[in-house]
Design a protein around this ligand. Structure first.
Ligand code: ADP
Length: 336
């Protein structure tokens, strides 16, 4: 599809170049042949006055011959020039067309990859539900306990689907310029995020240690809370029971710097560059279905940080823990 679009675009670019080149060549030809004729007339009258009256017929015949030779040469030069323009213009136009289409091509590619990944993730719980329900339907002596277990399993799958659709919605929502920008007191956002993860943290007896801060950042309160919640949630999810998670916010080089540190299982060197990709999960967390989500959390976090004109980076030592550092500008750079 993009190859034929590139060829079409090349054709249009080349058409514009050739119309301009041929137009200029015709104009040049006209001006030059008029000039040649004018110079010939000036030459004739000059020679006439210098050498006395000339044999006009003979002279004109000679000049006419020379003139047509000159014109022919000019025509040949212009044709060669235009062929050159056609070849060089064609190559340049194609390169330019490919370059113009590349960002569209990669955007479309990433969109279709996203759709494929999303439908793949949606299919898994749906297939589980379908299979379980079909097996249950075939069982004529389905007991009440079995029916309850089936409903429970169905509900679990529905929960997964709900979490997935919420993740997808969050990714789509952060792309729109809907939310307002404000000066956010990070302490308030941190309190809110800790509150949101407190249930899971308590269940794993994980303590969140966060010194008080008065640092502020420009951004959207709800999105910053969501960002902190994702980082805290991951730190808890991938940490051992009874461990500690550190969260601190400080001012560094006129930026608000937030660090979330855990002493959990860590991330391998090969996974580290890809954890912010949509739907990416490290293999070990993929197998542990309970702990893993859909690999959307960090993609959403990265999107939020990008919208705020900030940066997010991860460091990790497998087996020892991970640390995520977010830098948010304190001035007006929100790009929602
Ligand atoms: P998920 O929903 O699977 O947690 P995320 O996008 O939040 O998806 O994270 C992507 C992957 O990065 C996770 O599957 C996990 O392997 C890894 N990861 C993220 N945070 C941590 C962490 N604090 N400790 C260890 N691994 C982590």
């Amino acid at each position: 599809m993009f190859r034929s679009a590139a060829v079409k675009l090349t054709f249009w670019y080349l058409l514009i170049i050739m119309v301009l080149s041929i137009g200029c060549s015709l104009a040049l030809y006209r001006i030059s042949s008029n000039d040649i004729e004018r110079i010939a007339k000036v030459q004739f009258s000059f020679l006439n006055s210098l050498l006395g009256p000339l044999d006009a017929d003979n002279y004109l015949h000679l000049r006419q011959h020379q003139l047509s030779e000159d014109r022919q040469k000019l025509r040949a030069n212009l044709i060669v020039f235009n062929i050159g323009v056609l070849v060089v213009g064609g190559i340049t136009s194609y390169a330019l067309a490919r370059r113009t289409l590349r960002p569209i091509e990669s955007a479309l590619e990433s969109q279709s990859r996203f759709a494929a990944d999303a439908s793949h993730e949606l299919r898994t719980p749906l297939t589980v539900m379908q299979t379980e329900n079909e097996v249950a339907m075939r069982n004529r002596n389905l007991s009440k306990e079995q029916a309850v277990a089936l409903l429970k399993s169905n509900l679990e799958e529905v929960g997964k689907l709900k979490a997935l659709s919420e993740g997808l919605l969050a990714l789509a929502k952060t792309a729109k310029n809907e939310e307002l920008m404000d000066e956010v007191a990070l302490q308030k956002a941190i309190d809110e995020a800790i509150q949101r993860v407190s249930k899971v943290a308590n269940a794993k007896k994980i303590k969140i240690i966060s010194p008080k801060t008065n640092v502020k950042a420009k951004g959207n309160f709800e999105q910053i809370v969501q960002l902190l919640t994702i980082l805290l949630d991951n730190a808890i999810k991938y940490s051992h029971d009874g461990s500690k998670v550190n969260l601190k916010a400080e001012k560094k080089e006129r930026q608000a710097q937030i660090t979330v540190e855990d002493s959990g299982k860590g991330i391998s060197r090969s996974d580290l560059p890809r954890i912010f990709d949509r739907f990416y999960r490290a293999d070990s967390s993929r197998s542990k279905n309970e702990a893993s989500g859909y690999g959307l959390g960090l993609a959403i976090a990265k999107k939020i940080v990008d919208l705020h004109g900030g940066t997010i980076a991860a460091k990790s030592t497998p087996g020892k823990g991970s640390s995520f550092t977010v830098k948010l500008p304190q001035n007006n750079t929100y790009r929602g």
